[in-house]
Design a protein around this ligand. Structure first.
Ligand code: ZN
Length: 133
C-alpha cells in the first residue's frame, strides 16, 4: 500500500483509489533520485527503493504516452508512463531557503538599475551649455 513521499502530501493509495492518482517509484539513476529526494523535503531519510511519489507532483510533459495510444489518439491516465528524466515539480513544500535567495537577488537588481540613471542626464546638459557660451 504505497503512500506519497512528499512531506506535505497526504495522498496514499487507499484514499486515492478511484481518483486516478498513481504512485511512481524513485528513478534508478542516482542523480535523478537525488532531485526527487530534494523535492520531497523530508527531514528523515528516504529509502528510495521503497518510496513512492504520487502523480499530482508531475506536470503533463513528464509523462510518456505510449506510441500505440498516440496513434489511436487514445489516452488514459492509468496507462501513463513517466519519462526517465521526470522530476516532481508541482504541489511541493516551499523551502524557506529558496525565498531568501530570490529576495536578495531582487534587491541587487534594483540597485544596479538606479545607479547609471543618476549620472547620465546631468553630464549631457552641462556639455550643451558650454557649447552655447
Ligand atoms: Zn503526493
Amino acid at each position: 500500500m504505497p503512500n506519497c513521499a512528499i512531506s506535505t502530501c497526504k495522498n496514499y493509495s487507499r484514499v486515492t483509489k478511484n481518483s486516478g492518482v498513481r504512485y511512481f517509484g524513485f528513478p534508478t539513476e542516482e542523480n535523478f533520485a537525488k532531485q526527487w529526494v530534494k523535492a520531497c523535503y523530508r527531514r528523515d531519510k528516504i529509502n528510495v527503493k521503497n518510496a513512492r511519489v504520487c502523480s499530482i507532483h508531475f506536470s503533463e510533459d513528464c509523462f510518456e504516452i505510449p506510441l500505440r495510444q498516440r496513434l489511436l489518439n487514445y489516452q488514459t491516465t492509468n496507462s501513463r508512463v513517466l519519462k526517465f528524466d521526470a522530476v516532481p515539480t508541482l504541489h511541493l513544500p516551499k523551502t524557506p531557503v529558496q525565498k531568501e535567495v530570490s529576495l536578495r537577488s531582487l534587491r541587487m537588481a534594483k540597485k544596479k538599475q538606479i545607479l547609471p540613471n543618476c549620472n547620465g542626464p546631468r553630464n549631457t546638459s552641462k556639455l550643451e551649455t558650454t557649447c552655447f557660451l
